[in-house]
Design a protein around this ligand. Structure first.
Ligand SMILES: [Zn+2]
Length: 171
């Protein structure tokens, strides 16, 4: 990833400074976020993020709600499976130029740029929310044609010349 691309935020808000007001922003989160972080697992994403910034005496909080759907390949049939996401998190907005220790639940407000960037935070929320088992809930929802094909491939691989297996062990 080039520095140029990393610098350019997809989801950000411009602020003149940390004031005492409360703001609400909305972002349409799409595949561009996965492209930015070169995520190959998530094939499609369509979600709406709502961010509410609340200023308290010593801290600014960001309440983030992310609602939509994410598609990945099904581990069983390899066709696309879509999961709903409905996430809520509260983060602290910290005034700094970066987040070098990758602190959790921290969003950086860079006063030089005058903006709060949400890309990394939204990305982490989505990736963390993905189920470990990415399969169609019911096996009958799986792509039957793909399943047949995969089974055939399995059968074929059982008949592989044993010398190939020896080779594989060397790799
Ligand atoms: Zn499936």
């Amino acid at each position: 990833m080039s520095d140029e691309r990393e610098r350019k935020a997809l989801y950000s808000v411009q602020l003149a400074g940390m004031s005492t007001e409360t703001y609400t922003f909305q972002f349409q989160v799409d595949d561009a976020l996965m492209k930015k972080y070169e995520n190959e697992e998530i094939k499609a994403i369509k979600a709406e993020a709502t961010v509410e910034l609340t200023h308290r005496p010593n801290v600014t909080e960001a309440d983030i709600e992310l609602v939509g759907e994410v598609s990945t390949h099904c581990d069983r049939c390899l066709s696309l499976v879509t999961f709903p996401i409905n996430l809520k998190e509260r983060a602290i907005v910290k005034q700094a130029t970066k987040n070098p220790e990758n602190e959790i639940n921290i969003i950086i407000f860079d006063p030089d740029k005058g903006q709060i960037e949400f890309d990394q935070y939204l990305y982490d929320m989505i990736v963390t929310a993905l189920p470990i088992q990415r399969v169609h809930e019911h096996e009958e929802d799986c792509d039957a044609e793909m399943m047949d094909q995969l089974e055939q491939n399995d059968d074929q691989s059982d008949e592989i010349d044993p010398r190939w297996n020896d080779l594989k062990n060397l790799i």
